[in-house]
Design a protein around this ligand. Sequence first.
Ligand SMILES: [Zn+2]
Ligand SMILES: [Zn+2]
Ligand SMILES: [Zn+2]
Ligand SMILES: [Zn+2]
Ligand SMILES: [Zn+2]
Ligand SMILES: [Zn+2]
Length: 433
Amino acid sequence: MTTAPSAAVPVMLDLRAHLRPPASPDGYVEMWNRLEPVLVTLDPRSGPRICLDMAEEGTVTVLFLSPATAPVPFSANTPFAVRGILEPPRVRYSCATCRREGATTYAPFTCTGCGSDERPGRVCDAHAVFLDGSLRTSCAEHVPVCRCGRTARAWCGGPRCRSGRAWCSDHLVRHRGDASVEYCLECHEERFPACERSGCTGTGLTRCEHRDPNDGKPCDRRMCAEHVTRWRIYGDRSPGLALCARHHGGLRTASPDTLVALILMGTAARAQSRRGSRQGSRRSAFLPRIGIVRHIFINTCNRVLDMGTLDSLFVQLQRDLQHRKAVAGGRGLTEAALRLLDQHAASRREDVQRFRDSHTEGKEHFARLRALLQQSGKYELADAITFADYRPKSGILFVRVPQEMRSRFIGSGGAVVKDLRARLGVNIQLERE
Ligand SMILES: [Zn+2]
Ligand SMILES: [Zn+2]
Ligand SMILES: [Zn+2]
Ligand SMILES: [Zn+2]
Ligand SMILES: [Zn+2]
Ligand SMILES: [Zn+2]
């Protein structure tokens, strides 16, 4: 090139219709070496834009940026200056599946299976696979696999998986309330546990609250709202302990110390679960006072225990638990149970004392009742009746009367007992047998 650079012919190369544009400066030099011999044979006056056919590579268009000043004709010595190159647009995110087939396609979706550790691979509209339950995508080759090894069909939106695990058809169950949602078997069982009653299709949302009195193990059988039975031990303060059919059925024949242990363990488990979660949002669990426990015994197994006996059952239980704690260490439930017993002790002392006081008062009423019977010549009745209970607040004296003497004690139309009530000044009730 002998001419001064200022005389060079300015051109621009348009490679947008070229199928394999050079990837490096060396590639451009090589391409130019092939173009230049053709270029010098052209007449720049035939147009500012001349299309050159590069056979299977496509076409290259040469743009003369200043055709008027170009020498005519070109010679082998004519210098050219390439002022610019128009390249075909590059696809930054191209589909990995399409690439394997030799095509470049824009890929808006990702496939982690195709990618590297730092960047997920890409997949195009046509090759993207979506499974129900999530907007996550993959290519056909990297569709998630179920735990059993088969290709998954949907993501589980259940409480355990939270759309993070995909399962095959065999391991998916439709949501009961919404058929468009599917859960894996485990999530379905957790969300919709079966009721323990055989044949029941209800959801067992309530767990049996029975705890083994010895090791505290929960029963945890599940019951639906219809088949749950409640052992009403908290009065109106709280719903009673939920029990399965087996454990509810066993109450009637259970021994007093077992019943007291069940009340304690069930309440301790409630107290424990309420301590951990959102303190204060729910009412804490408390043991029923022994006056209530006395009624629980009457209603549950038809036993009448006096307050002193009831108190001693709790005291014995406390000793057992303290011993267990010393031997095996205090587990959560044992600790919670001992805490409840500590809180309970003061009200128990109070209740026992009040019972003793009223007992004394009741015994006095009873002695007067017996005297009244003797005064009216009813010696046999006076000997047969026994003291049962006295309620100072309501002024009721409970007496036990043998079955065969009840009608004599009551009198026709209740005349005898009415007269006794009036003379004694307290309400007299027959203890139910
Ligand atoms: Zn593709
Ligand atoms: Zn893939
Ligand atoms: Zn499976
Ligand atoms: Zn699941
Ligand atoms: Zn049921
Ligand atoms: Zn149970």
